[in-house]
Design a protein around this ligand. Structure first.
Ligand code: ADP
Ligand code: MN
Ligand code: MN
Ligand code: MN
Length: 337
């Protein structure tokens, strides 16, 4: 007998990297080993030196195909010396874990996304001509005139659970057709692995519906919330001590750090971080308890308990979770060391 391994990797698409995949049939008992692909078709190589190596790094049950089939997330390596490809953002995340893993960094990423009608290109729930009722009833809403795409969302959630991903919740968001799932808590590398596989499952399941998934940061201009990837973060110290919570916020606001982080927080950050719609402006940094207009929020419960985690509200939905987690680990753990 044989089984299928779906190899997944992150491409070199500009400005926003995306997930790619292809199928390998393996004999029962055979391990999914190193493989390769044509990098000239993914913006990762030139045609005259096109091979890029796939190194399996994380496997899980393929909850779409079922049976013995698996998903195999890979890092991309150069053929010359098997070093990480320049587009391989997981390698720096591994380095951050090697440097600061002893501080036990944990992440919870809130991946927001928008379901689009593939014909009109508008969010599902938006009428063909004109606009729906303004924001208000949709966030965590229930009922047919508020909620669009729940069947797809439920299927995706089940698929993540059955694959063994660290999915920790889902909710309908502030704009019609907008949703969120959360992955975490998980370390700097694992959170990226699980977010990328969860994105793959979402796109893959959406192929079978008549909806399109967008992780664009500001899919509707005007008075509609954008889509973010709020990044909840703690170290062992922060989980035990409020001084470390404040020190983490200060580290994120230190000279040069806000700009350095925004570069890695996704495309179109200025369009989303306007100071309205539960954001702080991209050119200002602030932190505060319960403040959804701050760059970094200290949850109310954390201020009560005097320990816990912080929420960096700046990353866009289209950010690379490896890049976000690497920046956060290096900045905060570097300061708390
Ligand atoms: P919000 O109230 O901002 O919508 P969510 O409930 O959507 O927050 O997401 C919170 C995320 O934070 C979850 O993924 C959860 O697993 C994660 N989380 C909880 N505790 C911690 C912690 N100590 N460190 C890091 N992440 C955490
Ligand atoms: Mn949330
Ligand atoms: Mn949200
Ligand atoms: Mn949040």
């Amino acid at each position: 007998m044989v089984y299928r391994a779906e190899y997944l990797w992150i491409d070199g698409a500009v400005p926003t990297a995306e997930i790619r995949s292809k199928t390998k049939i393996l004999a029962d008992g055979a391990e999914p080993g190193i493989w390769g692909f044509d990098g000239s078709s993914t913006n990762q190589a030139s045609g005259d030196n096109s091979d890029v190596v796939l190194q399996p790094v994380f496997s899980c049950h393929d909850s779409i195909r079922g049976g013995d089939d698996i998903l195999v997330l890979c890092e991309t390596l150069l053929t010359a010396d098997l070093s990480p490809h320049p587009s391989n953002t997981r390698a720096p995340a591994r380095a951050a874990m090697e440097a600061y893993g002893d501080q036990a960094p944990w992440f919870g990423l809130e991946q927001e996304y928008t379901l689009l009608d593939p014909v009109t290109g508008w969010p599902s729930g938006f009428p063909e001509h004109g606009y729906p009722r303004p924001q208000g009833p949709y966030y965590c809403g229930v009922g047919a005139v508020k909620i669009y795409g729940r069947e797809l969302v439920e299927r995706h959630t089940t698929a993540c659970m059955e694959a063994g991903l660290a999915i920790s919740g889902t909710n309908a968001e502030v704009m019609p057709g907008q949703w969120e799932f959360q992955i975490g808590p998980a370390d700097t590398v694992t959170v990226g692995d699980h977010v990328w596989v969860a994105r793959y499952l979402l796109y893959r399941i959406a192929e079978e519906s008549d909806l399109e998934v967008s992780i664009e940061a500001k899919p509707m201009k005007g008075d509609w919330n954008g889509a973010g990837m709020h990044t909840n973060f703690s170290t062992e110290k922060m989980r035990n001590d409020y001084d470390a919570i404040i020190a983490a916020c200060e580290a994120l606001g230190a000279e040069g750090k806000p700009d350095e982080h925004l570069v890695g927080y996704g495309i179109g950050i200025e369009d989303r971080l306007t100071g309205a719609h539960e954001t702080q402006r991209f050119d200002q940094f602030s932190y505060g308890v319960s403040d959804r207009g701050a760059s970094v929020r200290i949850p109310w419960q954390v201020a009560q308990d005097k320990k816990g985690y912080i929420e960096d509200r700046r990353p866009n939905a289209n950010a690379d979770p490896y890049v976000v987690a690497t920046l956060m680990t290096n900045t905060v753990c570097g300061a708390l060391a």
